[in-house]
Ligand binder design. Structure first.
Ligand code: NAD
Ligand code: MG
Length: 387
């Protein structure tokens, strides 16, 4: 296989670093041509020294750039520079591991430029699923999921001749650190408790989203857009061991599941090598060591943000963008100790209650809803602090 260029957006984060670990093992089959960071300039400089990309991007326009930009790369700064990385002529694949709605413009630009987008940034599809799919069609790009549940479904669907053969998608959820906590106890959650995920090590935002189950709502919406399934045919089940990454039920009653020990390297690898599989060394699966696999229903009353998110998905239009932006603001406030744990779903419910639905025709519609939700949620957080 010849060497394929890859742009890694969010190279300094959890998925970005896992991607670089995957590339380390693939011995030159893929070459990083662009690496980006938000404001961790020193970490980015180290990565540039090591991987020698053509382009290094610091997305935050206010971050101090290195005094002596090194590594033979062109250094650029600002949000527009992210688009340069997403559309770099030497990149065949763009791995989008940005966090939040900040990843949307890059997903669209890369698909319009005909790239394969290996998508970890689920918020792109949540905020603007129909626009992302349109960009893919018009630009000739290709969207491949990195999220482990969606990679599992994508893998189970290989060889499925028509979508009409699928009856149902079953997303699994670990249930997060508070799976068994009573509703009353959830008001005492501390930040450190919420940041301790039982089965996955991830960036702070998605770790909190996993604790509230907002992540699973985002993933239901992501699955709806990726696989063209109606919300009625997407089910979520709690599976605390995170061994079965998701399942597909077919019309003949057969169910396929994709499984393995939790590791993001496998879905990242598949998004890069699809439709092929490449030899890769990682912890080998051992069913005996995996132990018992159990399944439970979602506790809707304890984790109300899950239902709010799925309802926003069903409502469509700009409601999912409002859900996402309100959640981003509420999670940031929780991480800064400005909002308690039950305040996260409360803040999101408040924004969705106030939002007057609009159609999703263009990115401007998304940005309008996003900015509105951020303002309203910020106001909610301030009002809570005064109570
Ligand atoms: P992270 O916080 O560890 O890393 C985020 C990366 O994006 C960093 O490189 C950071 O510098 C950059 N970034 C952050 N904010 C930015 C902004 N406003 N503009 C530009 N760059 C910005 O996050 P992560 O855990 O790697 O998650 C990345 C994405 O992948 C998220 O959408 C998450 O939901 C998804 N995801 C993550 C995992 C996981 O295991 N970590 C699994 C599935 C999906
Ligand atoms: Mg996931």
């Amino acid at each position: 296989m010849s060497t394929r260029g890859i742009s890694i957006l969010g190279a300094t984060g959890s998925i970005g670093r896992s991607t670089l670990r995957v590339l380390d093992q693939l011995d030159g089959s893929f070459r990083p041509v662009a690496l980006t960071a938000h404001r961790s300039v020193d970490v980015l400089a180290e990565l540039v020294d090591r991987y020698r990309p053509r382009l290094a991007v610091v997305a935050d326009a206010d971050a101090a750039m290195p005094a002596d930009p090194s590594g033979g790369a062109d250094w650029m700064q600002g949000r527009e520079a992210l688009i340069e990385a997403a559309t770099h002529p030497d990149a065949e694949i763009v791995l989008n591991a940005l966090v939040g709605a900040a990843g949307l413009a890059s997903t669209i630009a890369a698909l319009r430029a005909g790239k394969r987008v290996a998508l970890a940034n689920k918020e792109s599809l949540v905020c603007a699923g129909p626009l992302v799919r349109r960009a893919e069609e018009e630009g000739g790009g290709e969207l491949i999921p990195v999220d482990s549940e969606h990679s599992a479904i994508f893998q189970c669907l290989q060889g499925c001749a028509a979508r009409g053969e699928v009856r149902k998608l079953v997303l699994t959820a670990s249930g997060g650190p508070f799976r068994e906590w009573s509703e009353a106890r959830l008001s005492d959650v501390r930040r450190a408790d919420a940041l301790r995920h039982p089965t996955w090590e991830m960036g702070a935002k998605i770790t909190i989203d996993s604790a509230t189950l907002a992540n699973k709502a985002l993933e239901v919406i992501e699955a709806h857009h990726l696989f063209g399934m109606s919300y009625d045919n997407i089910e979520t089940v709690v599976h605390p061991q995170s061994i079965i990454h998701s399942m597909v039920e077919f019309v003949d009653g057969s169910v396929l599941a994709q499984m393995g020990f939790p590791s993001m390297e496998i879905p990242i690898l598949y998004a890069l090598t699809y439709p092929d599989r490449m030899r890769y060394e990682s912890r080998r699966f051992d069913p005996v060591a995996a132990g018992d696999l159990s399944f439970e229903p979602v506790r809707h009353a304890a984790f109300p943000i899950f239902g709010l998110g799925v309802e926003a998905g069903r409502a469509g239009g700009t409601a999912p963008a409002v859900f996402n932006a309100a959640n981003e603001v509420a999670v940031a406030a929780f991480l800064e100790d400005r909002l308690d744990f039950p305040g996260i779903p409360a803040a999101v419910a408040d924004a969705l209650d106030r939002w007057e639905q609009t159609e999703l025709g263009s990115l401007d519609d998304v940005w309008h809803a996003d900015a509105w939700a951020r303002r309203v949620t910020d106001h909610f957080v301030r009002s809570q602090a005064l109570c």
